[in-house]
Design a protein around this ligand. Structure first.
Ligand SMILES: C[C@@]1(CC(=O)O)C2=NC(=C\c3[nH]c(c(CCC(=O)O)c3CC(=O)O)Cc3[nH]c(c(CC(=O)O)c3CCC(=O)O)/C=C3\N/C(=C\2)[C@@H](CCC(=O)O)[C@]3(C)CC(=O)O)/[C@H]1CCC(=O)O
Ligand SMILES: NC(=O)c1ccc[n+]([C@@H]2O[C@H](COP(=O)([O-])OP(=O)(O)OC[C@H]3O[C@@H](n4cnc5c(N)ncnc54)[C@H](O)[C@@H]3O)[C@@H](O)[C@H]2O)c1
Length: 190
């Protein structure tokens, strides 16, 4: 049983610290930016690879420090993502995360994680997060590709129409739910 509880985080108002400047840190950075370019993010790494540095230069609102991590970096942060090549440092970060009551994701180190990243399907405002309970990130990626192909592009238009409908509907809550269900029944009928 997959006991992970999925939530959707407003990353433009929840400060995140990303430690690492290599390809894996760049992957995690890309995942954040793809979901919200306005992410409130600080990147700290002893050495930031050229490719990552060039990309970071396009996001002036992101704080970047090319130096070793300092405990102070955790102050005011709510999420910590780490992608370093130092296993001892990762373990130390796990206890520091507890001290600062920050949730930690250590890339590719499930035992150190409070939360996992999911594979994300996006069609306009529709977003689906996929988890395999850490069993196979590759399958998560394939399922994402499947849904990306399966879902019609028009789904976002439908969402926009539904949004205006739900704002127009009068009556009590129960009545609104009834009407919204009636309007969308066609979506699941053959
Ligand atoms: C979904 C995605 C999100 C993201 O990272 O943004 C993600 N991994 C992705 C890709 C990916 N990662 C790896 C491969 C190589 C092939 C393979 O191993 O399958 C590929 C495939 C590829 O790159 O093609 C290597 C890998 N990953 C983990 C381990 C350690 C272990 O399993 O013990 C190892 C072995 C390292 C080694 O061998 O040294 C662990 C985790 N990876 C997770 C998330 C969490 C569980 C998610 C879930 O529940 O499924 C978890 C537990 C923690 C975390 O990192 O958050 C992203 C999909 C991107 C997309 O959607 O396109
Ligand atoms: N590259 C891959 O495809 C891959 C795949 C699976 C797992 N991994 C694992 O993921 C981790 C990261 O991979 P990578 O390829 O990005 O590594 P990398 O060596 O390219 O980058 C590691 C980064 O961590 C930084 N760092 C290390 N100690 C630090 C500290 N004390 N303070 C601040 N920054 C510090 C380094 O400066 C560097 O920027 C490694 O543990 C690796 O084994 C990598």
């Amino acid at each position: 049983m997959n006991t992970l509880f999925p939530i959707f985080v407003k990353i433009d108002q929840v400060p995140i610290l990303l430690i690492g400047g290599g390809p894996v840190a760049l992957e995690k950075f890309t995942a954040l930016i793809r979901n919200n370019p306005a992410v409130k993010l600080t990147v700290v790494a002893k050495e930031i690879h050229a490719e990552f540095r060039n990309i970071l230069a396009k996001y002036p609102h992101i704080e970047v420090f090319e130096r070793p991590f300092e405990e102070n970096d955790l102050r005011g942060k709510r999420l910590l993502m780490t992608a370093t090549n130092d296993p001892f440092f990762n373990v130390a970060l796990e206890s520091l995360a507890k001290k600062y009551t920050v949730l930690i994701n250590a890339a590719d180190k499930p035992a150190l994680c409070d939360f996992y990243l999911g594979s994300i399907v996006q069609k306009g405002d529709l977003k689906i997060a996929i988890s395999t309970n850490g069993k196979s990130p590759t399958i998560a990626k394939r399922v994402k590709e499947l849904f990306q192909d399966l879902l019609p592009e028009e789904i976002d238009e439908t969402l926009t129409l539904m949004e205006s409908l739900r704002h127009q509907l009068k009556g009590d809550f129960e009545e609104k739910v009834k009407q919204l269900n009636a309007h969308t029944k066609i979506l699941i009928s053959k």
